[in-house]
Write a protein that binds this ligand. Structure first.
Ligand code: C5P
Length: 242
């Protein structure tokens, strides 16, 4: 794969017109993009087909969490539509994660899409974990345990903070992918992201892919912003062998 494809642009918009306008401004045919619930629920699978027809790699970020049979059938359909990367909540358990992989294998016409696990949402903190979810363990231990479960269930990696990547790889495998949002260029505002990393830091911390939204899409010139993100990424070295 081309190194540029390791930068995944979050297309957090709700219409095809906004999506097309954004892609035109970024002007990187064949780059990687992330389609989330907002765009998918309003525009449907056509969006993925259009992006694939345009040569883009698509991370379909729907975070599935349901009974194994339902997730299996949903993944079969998603693979048919042509997404390259998908995800599920590890909290759905090992049976559900295995069912997701089987569905992707059944639906894929070529290579099976990469399947990632979400361990804990970044909106969950220690207080919520204990008081609402009744999980009385340090959040980093929960993230690591869920990552191990995903690894043993045959998933390809996790969505995590760049700052967690090294620990997760140490507990699973250096080949277990770390896909990390919460990325900001040095000059950007953090917005609502709490523990941000720059593209260079993320790579040094072991990220295999970075998900970048507002640092690119909110910039005055998104094309230049992409080049800055990619330039930082390309010049940094992976400090974890992966
Ligand atoms: O604009 P920003 O770079 O913060 O966008 C990050 C993208 O990654 C958004 O689409 C957000 O939903 C997603 N994301 C995240 N944190 C996670 C998982 C996904 O910010 N833990």
């Amino acid at each position: 794969m081309r190194e540029e494809e390791r930068i995944i642009i979050a297309l957090d918009v709700s219409t095809k017109e906004e999506m097309r306008r954004m892609l035109k401004m970024i002007h990187k045919p064949g780059c990687s993009v992330k389609v989330g619930l907002e765009l998918y629920l309003q525009q449907g699978a056509d969006v993925v087909r259009e992006l694939k027809a345009g040569g883009y790699s698509v991370f379909l970020d729907l975070k599935l969490h349901d009974i194994p049979h339902t997730v299996n059938r949903a993944m079969r359909g998603i693979a048919r539509v042509g997404a390259d990367m998908v995800n599920v909540h590890a909290a759905g358990g090992s049976e559900m994660m295995k069912a997701a992989i089987e569905g992707l294998e059944e639906g894929a016409t070529g290579k099976r899409p990469i399947c990632l696990a979400v361990t804990q949402l970044t909106s969950t903190d220690q207080v919520m974990l204990e008081n609402e979810l009744l999980i009385e363990h340090p959040i980093i231990d929960v993230i690591t345990r869920y990552s191990e479960l995903a690894y043993r269930s045959g998933l390809d990696g996790v969505v995590c903070s760049a700052w967690e990547a090294r620990k997760i790889k140490a507990q699973t495998s250096e080949h277990f992918l770390a896909v990390t949002p919460g990325i900001r260029l040095q000059s950007d505002r953090a917005d609502d992201q709490k523990r941000v990393a720059t593209p260079a830091q993320a790579k040094e911390l072991g990220s295999d892919y970075i998900v970048v939204g507002r640092s690119i899409t909110g910039a005055e010139n998104p094309g230049d912003a992409f080049n800055r993100v990619f330039g930082e990424w390309r010049n940094a070295k992976w400090k974890v062998k992966n």
